[in-house]
Design a binder for this molecule. Structure first.
Ligand code: AMP
Ligand code: MG
Length: 354
């Protein structure tokens, strides 16, 4: 393995072990309205999208459960092959290479994600912006070389950013990047999309319940495992992860037919010149976002929860909560940075907390 590959492998292992602690899957034991003869199959952890995926299927027999897990994995793989910016032959990489020269025709899934991404940029007044890629690239390089980007480099990268310069044509299903050097990064939204597609695939395969967990972002549907009344997950306490150890559970959340996504500086970060930098970028400054330690969003769809968690991390407590309060069937739990780690919630969030 060359040095770069081995570094990436180490990063994957570190982030997987961190994230494993973020969400700890369990279920509440009570009477259930679901068929008592149902069974559960747990896929265990596999790798996808630069992180892990775990799928739990509940079905009336093992064959259906296995099949639904397999189709769900296929969906994750499909999304990764289209939207990874690490894979040079992905649709996203091709688009990033060519769409500033002329409009590039893309597939329906990628088009759908780009449309949604623009909607979330508008909703968050630019806090969520997939055109952030040139700035993300600068910070990735800074982590590799252990030296901070200069103001001039940041200014140049920022001049390529702006979702208004991302031009979609729905009739032709094409995308164009208006400025040379512009690139897209779907890291803040593609996992959520993959979770939704995997969930739909499980439902179509006959699973009566299930959970799809990609890197700690989760969607649960239908029947929980036998003997349990509801799907439950644990939200990790961000204060206890400084030593890369799995943290303790801060809140237990009941989740039935909803998705949950968490963005946080403790989940993935870069160490540059001895200081920790979040992987989420404040689009206004080009600097790593440090207003919140952790943002969890609960919503019907994982794509919404994923994009909104990233958006609120950049927006901060006041603006972030204002935004989530306005969106129906969507709640948020925010944790401020050290040393306070103060928890703030939207008005309806308590209904998910056990
Ligand atoms: P998440 O873990 O879902 O919050 O996504 C974080 C990832 O989204 C980062 O690793 C970047 O790839 C990307 N990203 C960083 N900053 C932003 C931003 N302001 N808007 C959209 N995506 C971002
Ligand atoms: Mg996100």
């Amino acid at each position: 393995m060359n040095k770069k590959k081995s570094r990436i492998a180490v990063e994957i292992i570190i982030s997987a072990s961190l994230i494993l602690g973020v969400y700890f899957f369990t279920t509440a034991k009570t009477k259930s309205p679901w068929p008592s003869r149902r069974i559960t199959v747990d896929s265990g952890h596999r790798q996808t999208m630069g992180t892990f995926v775990r799928i739990v299927a509940v079905a009336m027999n093992e064959q259906v459960a296995d099949k639904s897990i397999q189709t769900a994995f296929e969906q994750c793989q499909l999304v990764d092959n289209l939207m990874s910016d690490y894979k040079p032959d992905s649709e996203l990489s091709r688009l990033n290479r060519e769409a500033h020269k002329s409009a590039v025709k893309i597939t329906k899934p990628t088009f759908e994600v780009l449309q949604k991404a623009i909607r979330f940029s508008e909703l968050s007044e630019g806090a969520f912006d997939i055109t952030i890629a040139p700035v993300v690239a600068l910070w990735r390089k800074a982590a590799d070389t252990n030296s901070l980007p200069t103001d001039a480099q940041l200014q140049l990268a920022r001049s390529k950013v702006g979702y208004q310069k991302l031009i979609l044509n729905q009739d032709k299903m094409t995308v164009r990047l208006a400025v040379k050097g512009m690139k897209l990064d779907l890291g803040g939204i593609a996992k959520g999309y993959a979770i939704d597609k995997a969930t739909e695939a499980m439902q179509a395969s006959g699973a009566i319940g299930g959970m799809v967990d990609i890197g700690g972002d989760i969607r649960c549907f239908g029947a929980p495992p036998p003997g349990k009344k509801t799907w439950m997950i644990g939200l990790q306490d961000p204060t206890l992860t400084d030593k890369l150890a799995p943290g303790k559970i801060l809140l237990r959340l009941k989740l039935t037919d909803v998705a949950i996504a968490t963005s946080g500086d403790y989940r993935r970060f870069a160490l540059i010149e001895g200081k920790r930098y979040s992987h989420i970028i404040d689009t206004k400054t080009g600097l790593s976002s440090d207003q919140l330690s952790s943002v969890t969003v609960i919503s019907d769809k994982a794509i919404d929860a994923d994009a909104l968690a990233t958006a609120v991390t950049v927006m901060g407590t006041e603006k972030g909560l204002d935004l989530i309060e306005k969106i129906p069937q969507t709640e948020a739990i925010l944790i401020s940075p050290a040393p306070d780690y103060k928890i703030t919630k939207t008005t309806g969030a308590d209904k998910y907390i056990k």
